[in-house]
Design a protein around this ligand. Structure first.
Ligand SMILES: Cc1cc2nc3c(=O)[nH]c(=O)nc-3n(C[C@H](O)[C@H](O)[C@H](O)COP(=O)(O)O)c2cc1C
Length: 191
């Protein structure tokens, strides 16, 4: 199953949504796809009470509790697709909050002796973004997501970005179209 984590805040107006949808259109009909639209999920930052409750669930190894459903879903996916616009040199905070819910010791990763071991099934994580300007030397969002994928045991990480979307608004659609075709051929060569 391909799990799409859709953090495209602008919904159908989102360029990033068009980008990842183009990828989904390349998948064959047999690939099961689950799209998790973060904008419609009741996801809130972990506060002291929620953390204490979650720690108790982990202690009791009560991994079937609904609070841990995002972590279970993430752990069992064969491929992870993350789609989020580039915001403030990173991604919308909603995605970070979601990732807090996914990082559960005993489900997506765990400690074995002094080692941190990833438990996720996915062979690869794809990260799609579009940004108004240019990423420059550092793509902090991609660096962070790659490190997280590694911690979860997902050994292949690929980041794809369409840059320069807001420099001349009259060219936005053209830049997106060209970016999508470049990225789709990169992906084809990767497979
Ligand atoms: C809150 C916010 C923060 C942004 N921060 C950045 C930024 O740090 N760097 C950048 O190049 N573009 C930035 N942008 C521009 C978006 O990355 C760009 O318009 C992108 O194409 C939006 O994607 P979407 O159509 O999927 O929402 C920002 C836009 C918003 C609304």
């Amino acid at each position: 199953m391909t799990l799409v984590i859709d953090c495209c805040i602008r919904g159908d107006n989102s360029a990033t949504k068009k980008l990842y949808t183009s990828y989904l259109n390349t998948l064959n009909n047999e690939t099961a796809v689950e799209i998790l639209n973060l904008c419609t999920q009741p996801i809130t930052p972990l506060d002291a009470q929620a953390l204490e409750f979650r720690d108790r669930l982990i202690e009791q190894r009560n991994f079937q509790h609904k609070m841990l459903r995002y972590a279970r879903q993430f752990q069992s996916a064969d491929e992870i697709v993350i789609a989020a616009p580039y915001w403030d040199l990173s991604f919308p905070s909603l995605l970070k909050v979601y990732l807090e819910h996914v990082s559960v010791s005993g489900i997506t990763f765990g400690y074995e002796g002094s080692e941190c071991v990833g438990y996720c099934k996915a062979k690869r994580m794809l990260y799609f973004t579009t940004c108004g300007g240019c990423l420059g030397k550092k793509n902090l969002a991609a660096e962070y997501l790659e490190a997280l994928a590694d911690m979860f045991g997902i050994s292949n990480f690929y980041a794809f970005a369409v840059e320069g979307m807001d420099i001349d608004p009259s060219k936005r659609n053209k830049i997106l179209k060209n970016g999508i075709s470049r990225i789709m051929s990169e992906l084809k060569n990767n497979n």
